[in-house]
Design a protein around this ligand. Structure first.
Ligand SMILES: Nc1nc2c(ncn2[C@@H]2O[C@H](COP(=O)(O)OP(=O)(O)O)[C@@H](O)[C@H]2O)c(=O)[nH]1
Ligand SMILES: [Mg+2]
Length: 398
């Protein structure tokens, strides 16, 4: 008993010394972990339990994705082609009837590289009914279950309480300034839907995990392990492949709204160094660096979005009207949500999934490149470019 206590005291002493040495020798570390700076900027929270009731900081030596995915997730089907186990998961695609060609391209690859073997069901969503032609062409590509869903009007269209005059003026200004999709209302509907509503669609009610796929994306590599089982068994909540900064012009007041929410709802938010604030901010939450996970690819836990914390967060953001008065994207909104409500080690970088959505791609490096037979040029990889935010993710674990 005595020896055990002595070990604990010794370990604590070493950790505390290490913290102080790092605080003095690494300016960034000191700034990021200074309780004063965290409390000052975020209004006094910092020790509340996380959404899943866990408490206390973990110690990291390297980003979690540096540890290879355990062999137990590399599954082989039995003689009937059935996998020994599945997660409760679905592949989700939001699309218009006119997106059919791109849908076919994405789906053909996903089936060939992953889902013919793994057999996960699909859910397609649209604010208009899918045409027979769309359904026919999709069903021809897979033997897996496919469901086509209609999005309720109140989940999609610009709400009546939005001041249309103000919204129109903002669209005009953004269009003149050549902000991408700056003049588009449908794009704004889409961003708001993905931010706050897709996970409420009745076709998703029965599922826990989802993989978001878009038309016209590419998958370069075989995926021979089950990413859903990995998420489930390893307790991950959000997975990404590419991370980059958002255009400032689309989110002028987003961070102010986020800070308001945090100040008013400290009970919902993880302590900053347990969550992903190190990814989002250079100054302990004072300002937003624009970094976000590129949400055209997501593998996530629907319960992260369904939970009280994220719902309250979305309601707060929505009430500001920024989806229409500005052009808030679902990528920064999801990323900030994940960083506030999931522990940083529950946010996973799928380093071994080769993926392209124009104009960027993630090409896995060795040993994954050979093992998963990736057909991308190994040095054509977004993380080698200055724009990648992966270094902001990595630094949270070192
Ligand atoms: N049903 C529907 N889907 C849309 C609409 N606008 C965009 N999407 C889908 O939303 C996702 C993102 O749209 P996309 O045009 O790819 O935007 P980008 O990736 O930001 O350039 C894709 O899955 C699109 O198919 C729309 O008006 N209706
Ligand atoms: Mg797209």
């Amino acid at each position: 008993m005595m020896t055990k206590t002595r070990y604990i005291v010794l370990t604590l002493a070493i950790l505390i010394s290490l913290h102080y040495i790092l605080s003095f020798s690494h300016e960034g570390y000191g700034r990021a972990t200074s309780l004063d700076s965290l409390r000052k900027s975020w209004g006094g929270f910092g020790s509340s339990p996380g959404p899943d009731g866990e408490r206390g900081p973990k110690v990291y030596h390297e980003p979690p994705y540096k540890t290879p995915v355990p062999e137990k997730y590399y599954l082989t089907p039995d003689v009937n082609g059935t996998m020994p186990r599945h997660a409760n998961a679905t592949i989700v695609m939001l699309a218009r009837n006119g997106d059919l060609n791109g849908v076919v391209r994405s789906l053909t690859q996903l089936e060939a590289k992953f889902n013919t073997r793994f057999g996960y069901p699909y859910v397609f969503l649209n604010e208009e009914p899918f045409s027979d032609d769309f359904k026919h062409n999709v069903l021809a590509l897979t033997n897996n279950k496919v469901e086509f869903g209609l999005i309720p009007k109140e989940h999609w269209y610009q709400p009546a309480w939005i001041d249309e005059e103000k919204a129109r003026a903002s669209r005009k200004k953004m269009e003149e300034e050549h902000v991408i999709y700056g003049g588009s209302v449908p794009y704004r509907n889409m961003c708001r839907f993905n931010s706050g509503f897709f996970f409420r669609h009745e076709l998703l009610d029965k599922y826990r995990y989802y993989w978001r796929v878009e038309p016209d994306v590419r998958f370069f590599c075989t995926l021979s392990y089950d990413p859903f089982l990995f998420m489930q068994d390893e307790g991950k909540k959000y997975g990404f492949t590419i991370s980059l900064p958002e255009y400032d012009a689309t989110i002028p007041t987003l961070w102010t709204a986020v800070r308001e929410f945090v100040a008013a709802n400290p009970q919902h938010v993880l302590p900053l160094d347990e969550g992903g604030m190190g990814f989002l901010s250079e100054d302990g939450g004072e300002t937003y660096n624009g970094c976000h996970f590129w949400s055209n690819f997501e593998i996530g836990d629907l319960d992260l979005w369904r939970g009280e914390a994220y719902r309250a967060f979305f309601e707060h953001l929505d009430s500001k009207g920024g989806f229409y008065y500005e052009r808030w994207g679902d990528a920064p909104v999801h990323s900030i949500g994940a960083a506030l409500f999931a522990r940083k080690d529950q946010i996973h970088f799928f380093d071994d999934i080769g993926y392209r959505h124009e104009p960027f791609q993630h090409c896995p490096q060795e040993p994954a490149h050979s093992r998963e037979q990736c057909d991308c040029k190994i040095d054509d990889n977004f993380d080698r470019e200055g724009w990648s935010c992966l270094n902001r993710y990595d630094r949270m674990f070192t």
